[in-house]
Write a protein that binds this ligand. Structure first.
Ligand code: CU
Length: 76
């Protein structure tokens, strides 16, 4: 596991119901593995204010599939 400086995070993949919070540094690809538990539907969103301004939760932050969406956990 690598540590990420909080000031260099541009996005996160945050799924509170799965206890998942993955910081994403600029211009990077982050690979990770996590346990999902039982099948279900889990809302996710980016928790970094990556809207049009530094303190903005608008723009892409409101678009499903861009900075928010749903993770579907399916059974094997
Ligand atoms: Cu974002």
């Amino acid at each position: 596991m690598n540590a990420v400086d909080g000031h260099s995070v541009t996005h996160t993949l945050t799924v509170p119901s799965l206890g998942l919070n993955v910081p994403v540094p600029p211009s990077s690809t982050v690979r990770f593995v996590f346990g999902t538990g039982a099948p279900g539907s889990h809302p996710w969103r980016c928790m970094s204010t990556c809207g049009p301004t530094a303190s903005d939760w608008a723009g892409p932050m409101t678009v499903s599939g861009r900075m928010r969406g749903t993770v579907q956990v399916v059974g094997a």
